[in-house]
Write a protein that binds this ligand. Sequence first.
Ligand code: FEO
Length: 405
Amino acid sequence: MKATQLAEGVWWVGAIDWNLRDYHGYTLPGTTYNAYLVVGTEKTVLIDTCYPGFEEQVLGRVASVVDPKTIDAIVANHIEVDHSGGLPKMARMLPGVPIYCTEIAVKGLGRHYDTQDWNLQVVKTGDTLALGNKTLTFLEAPMLHWPDSMFTYLAEDEILFPNDAFGQHIASSERFDDELGKDASLSHAQKFFANLIIPLAPKVLKKLDQVGGLGIGISMIAPSHGVIWRSHAGDILQAYTDWSKGVSKEKVTIVYDTMHGSTDRMAQALADGAMDGGLEVKVCLLRDGRYEGCHRSDIVTEMLDSKAILIGSPTLEDEVLPTVAGFLSYLRGLSPGLLAQKKIGFAFGSHGGHGGAVKQIGESMQKAGIEVLGDGYEVTFRPDADEREACYRAGLALAERVRSL
Ligand code: FEO
């Protein structure tokens, strides 16, 4: 296997995980664990490693450039196991090799591995590592993605290694954004942002400001997952700014489950009203993700660029249906209210007894930081023609509201 060259002396030496389909509840078409080798005139450095079990791929690609035993130092930008899992093998292979990371990473690595014999070197923002003709500069980036995270910048080649930030979960033979295609690269990045970065959006905006204030050139962004941004670095930076600000389209995402078709009829009428009102509409039937494009991780991706989200459920034993309850739990965790521009929401559903699901959905959406319109709409048993008409009109009214934002 071969490494892929980014610039003179800079190589992708990561691993491809073709078979991964679920990553803590996020569906994905495989992923990559990107590691990079920077070969300077005086020192050779490995930036990040891989998930445990993928070390042979990393070492094989390193070996296509240099003897792995000549690695002088390792940079651990982030301790999550998909990037640090190769460290135990590397530390055994390279006894005493300095591993540069943040102070929080030292503690975190000690909780994951037996680091007693590791040569962990704490770095802070602005610290540098000279490799001869190249210099690495470190920039702490707490919570992007974990408290330990940091970015590494290679000044001479204007390459930023931001670990998870700007990543995408995609396994492919393409290594660069122009090879995979701009739209596909941004689309995978949108799903990554929606499922992992939304709660961190305020920190993203601050970090982008901080990086912008440094006045450094960024010709290439080499994240720890997916393709490397060499042709569209400006586009992914702008996309992160827009997504963090909550910039969205005149679009509504309607998500629901149904027992005997009543909540489904309401969803269809709401969708008709919203469409006739001029909105782009995405309808997602929650069935434990068995409908293509309707897994919770796909739905929040649709939600990210929607101005509104409508959520529906019948009442089952005085509760929201479990499929919808699971989605609401995921939504509350992501906290889309942290996006600078708030989304608006509406709850709907049906019941054959006391009802209550609609109220619970509205409360959950409020906890997620969504601006909920009114008390929602709940019908008894089947929605009749008047009630379906009311749903249609609610869709029209929502469209008018969305288009006025
Ligand atoms: Fe790709 Fe936070 O790990």
